[in-house]
Design a protein around this ligand. Structure first.
Ligand code: FAD
Length: 294
């Protein structure tokens, strides 16, 4: 498998966007069978450039991440990045996970601080890292991995000083050695372009991949956005309210909205698209088809 920075450089040289899909570890054998038997084969028809698999916040799915990444790489030949979080890990444990990742042929890590499980406050583990930048630095010093980091177009929800302070921290994190940044989901492209301009102004040259979520369920997206601080524009939110319980109409609207977002992002220079697939294939495939990219 390859470093994502090299995959992206190649796509960029050919004038094409880098397309990636994010998955989360399934909790049941049925979920696993559906993912490997149907969802992933369907998504592979879009010829993605890479995938990534999330890391549960102190939860039971943590040990699954490396296993799933390895299986996607081995069975589907798709470069896949493992997410890794600082929370509830000592440096020694992180070192052990990285050794295991290397043993499994994993070459890319998304270095994150992580969020505490619901109901718990964030707390640095004794002997662990406080910020994702320290994990980036640890990875860079260790060597052997391509490194991604998270960025927040609206500023990170915990950063009380506001988004520019958070973006300053992001620049620090990139300077510790991140190869690229993937953003949290957002629904107003102006937020993405503001962050992209800020980074450019700071002399940052690494790609900023926009994170796109196709909305399939109004209640779910309102919950996600409240949790992570991504605001829903008034017109978007009221359209979802109008569609109410009509699940098909919400899905169609979600595809239409995300298609419009992606089209403008690519036209105005975004280097690629990172889809939060929620382990589903139809909406993402439809969006890519609408864009002429599937
Ligand atoms: P950091 O970069 O450490 O930032 C955390 C906070 O600390 C921010 O408010 C920042 O402004 C502040 N900060 C940073 N550096 C400093 C400093 N030097 N001094 C003072 N303040 C500072 N979570 C999971 O649990 N598992 C996942 O798999 C996962 N995948 C994700 C994928 C993407 C693409 C994104 C965008 C997020 C993901 N998350 C995941 C969520 C992420 O872990 C949380 O949003 C977390 O709260 C912040 O992580 P971070 O890596 O950006 O942290």
């Amino acid at each position: 498998m390859r470093f994502i920075r090299d995959i992206h450089a190649e796509k960029q040289a050919s004038g094409k966007p880098t397309i990636s899909f994010e998955f989360f570890p399934f909790k049941t054998p049925e979920g696993e069978a559906t993912f490997f038997g149907k969802t992933l084969p369907a998504l592979m028809t879009a010829r993605p450039d890479y995938a990534s698999v999330t890391y549960g916040a102190g939860g039971s799915t943590r040990e699954k991440t490396l296993e799933i990444v390895e299986r996607i790489q081995n069975d589907f030949g798709l470069t896949t990045m493992a997410h890794l979080t600082c929370i509830k890990h000592t440096q020694a444990e992180i070192g052990g996970i990285l050794d295991e990742a290397a043993r499994r042929g994993i070459q890319n890590i998304l270095a994150l601080r992580g969020d505490p499980p619901s109901g718990e406050e964030w707390a640095q583990t004794e002997g662990g890292f406080e910020f994702a930048s320290e994990l980036v630095e640890f990875l860079r010093e260790r060597g052997g991995f391509g490194i991604g980091a998270a960025g927040f177009p609206e500023g990170h929800i915990d950063c009380a000083e506001g988004r520019e302070t958070d973006w300053r921290h992001l620049v620090g994190k990139i300077n510790c050695g991140a190869d690229f940044v993937i953003t949290q989901m957002f629904f107003d492209n102006a937020d993405y372009f503001r962050l992209a301009d800020y980074l450019k102004g700071q002399g940052v040259a690494v790609p900023l991949f926009p994170g796109i979520i196709p909305v399939a369920n109004a209640g779910q997206i309102k919950k996600f956005s409240a949790m992570c601080g991504a605001k829903l524009p008034e017109s978007f939110s009221s359209r979802l309210d109008e569609l109410g319980d009509d699940a098909d109409a919400v899905r169609e609207y979600g595809i239409e909205y995300a298609t419009g977002q992606c089209r403008e992002l690519l036209e105005r220079g975004a280097p690629g698209l990172h889809f939060y697939t929620l382990n589903k294939s139809k909406a993402v495939l439809q969006i890519l088809a609408n864009l002429g990219l599937a």
